[in-house]
Ligand binder design. Structure first.
Ligand code: MV4
Length: 489
């Protein structure tokens, strides 16, 4: 592979190109009219404009991407995350034009893109699953019987679902018919597929996912876990690796289960197997994400493995250069997603220009971002500005470095989730490791940030007053001296 096109924008496009360049591979950026000045465009060896700002006229248009790739003679396409990264038609189009898709096969993408197809694929692999059914239900009476067998509360899920869409918790039998109807209609309008199924609702789980990497020669290695429980409305905000709750035995069992999930669909490339884990450390397979994930850097920091480099190697047909026995966890990493969102105002997108943008830097600090000072955050795309990742020999060290990095990071012109990150990384529940997917709902309240800001403002006011008084004292000193001097004269 001599030249790759990155079919994405922002921090992930830049991050992929950095590894490509390190490997001596030429890079091609694509960009919409909103992204002309973007760092990923400036960094690339070549760049092609693919259309107007809305993603359905640019980053999501398969034909435009293929055309750009052919025009510039690229031999590989990396899809990043989001956009077309889990679109099997895109993977097919890339391959049928004689270009390598740096990701799994269309077949793997298709199977894992459907929760029911995924359950079916893994059923002979002895993977722990949430109690429930593995086919779609449409009949309410059947659903009631299933729910009674499983025991309330139950969860209705859309097979094509993602990000919690089409998901309904049902506490009691009398609510089931109405909730099922809603789930089906939500799934139909959101995904064009109204298939829903039923699972036992795990009430306070942690969300733990396993990174895997597979080559074309049948080798699959797990690269341990990421703890992703700190999320709001199914949007992760803080991630870490490793998880504080896993014992070596559970870690190994989850890793081996993840490898089997990958094997069940002949997976190739980097992928993530999601699990829920309860208080007793029982774990249950949820779904597999067939892409490089936003939070992959925490895994890179604790394993020393560049996941993009491995994706490219695997796409070239090379064997994985390590075995399961070679990979070890070394230290701890935490990540904060910095969004252009206002944590004081229900995390609504905060539009504006980065009038001040000063990056934190130093040992054990990694910042993956895609904007510079003076740039506007476009309204057309995901509002993530950056990922702030810190590393330490211990969890405490990683968190201390994160706290310092947050204070160093200066963003003005719009609201960001930095103050929310400050809140998480000093919260007792987070520090002790005793939290689950309800962390934000259980502990976060915008008033706490307001109090924080007020305290900060008070400290700033006191400091300003002290400066003023010191200054006045300094002004007095020469006056005293000069009068003395005058007197002595
Ligand atoms: C669950 C669950 C509890 N029980 N399934 C949310 C999105 C999708 N990936 C799966 N999700 C869940 N499935 C059962 N049987 C709770 C969630 C869930 C969740 C999962 C991971 C991270 C955050 C979450 C927040 C709310 C609910």
């Amino acid at each position: 592979m001599k030249k790759i096109l990155v079919a994405n924008r922002g921090e992930i496009a830049l991050r992929v190109m950095k590894t490509a360049r390190k490997m001596g591979i030429k890079t091609v950026a694509v960009y919409s009219e909103a992204d002309r000045q973007s760092p990923h465009v400036q960094f690339a060896d070549e760049a092609v404009c693919i259309g107007p700002p809305p993603s359905n006229q640019s980053y999501l248009v398969i034909d435009k991407l293929i055309e750009a790739a052919k025009q510039l003679g690229v031999d590989g396409i990396h899809p990043g995350y989001g956009f077309l990264s889990e679109n099997s038609a895109f993977a097919k189009a890339v391959t049928s034009n004689g270009i390598r898709f740096i990701g799994p096969s269309p077949k793997s993408i298709e199977i894992m893109g459907s929760k029911l197809a995924a359950k079916d694929a893994v059923k002979d692999y002895d993977i722990p699953m949430v109690p429930g059914i593995d086919n779609a239900v449409t009949d309410v009476n059947k659903a009631i019987n299933i729910a009674k067998e499983i025991g309330f509360p139950i969860l209705i899920k859309a097979s094509a679902g993602g990000g919690g869409k089409g998901m309904r918790i049902v506490e009691k039998e009398s609510d089931l018919a109405e909730q099922m109807e809603r789930a089906i209609s939500e799934a139909t309008s959101a995904f064009g597929d109204g298939s829903v199924f039923i699972e036992k609702y795990i009430t306070s789980p942690r969300h733990i996912e396993i990174q895997i990497i597979a080559d074309q020669h049948g080798n699959v290695v797990y690269l341990f876990e990421r703890e992703c429980s700190i999320q709001r409305r199914h949007q992760k905000v803080v991630e870490e690796a490793p998880s504080v709750v896993l014992t070596p035995e559970v870690r190994k069992a989850m890793g081996e289960a993840a490898v089997k999930v990958a094997q069940s669909c002949d997976y190739e490339g980097a992928g993530t197997v999601e699990f829920l884990i309860d208080k007793e450390l029982n774990f249950y397979f949820l779904e597999m994400n067939t892409r490089l994930q936003v939070e992959h850097p925490v895994t890179e920091l604790i394993t020393g493995i560049d996941l993009v480099e491995q994706q490219i190697n695997v796409a070239r047909g090379e064997k994985l250069p390590f075995t399961q026995d070679d990979v070890k966890i070394n230290g701890h990493a935490v990540e904060l997603r910095v969004y252009a969102e206002d944590p004081l105002n229900n995390f609504l997108p905060s539009v504006g220009t980065l009038t001040t943008y000063q990056r934190p830097s130093g040992e054990n600090i990694r910042l993956d971002d895609g904007y510079n000072e003076g740039m506007e955050i476009p309204i057309y795309y995901d509002p993530m500005i950056a990922k702030l990742i810190t590393y330490g020999a211990t969890r405490n060290e990683a968190i201390n470095t994160m706290q310092k990095a947050i204070e160093q990071y200066k963003i003005e012109g719009l609201q960001t989730t930095l103050p929310f990150g400050r809140f998480v990384f000093q919260h007792d529940a987070f520090l002790s490791g005793d939290f689950n997917t309800h962390f934000v709902k259980d502990y976060f309240n915008p008033e706490l940030l307001k109090a924080d800001q007020k305290e900060e403002q008070e400290i700033a006011a006191q400091f300003a007053l002290k400066l003023l008084l010191d200054h006045q004292k300094q002004l007095k000193v020469p006056q005293v001296n000069s009068s003395k001097w005058r007197d002595n004269r």
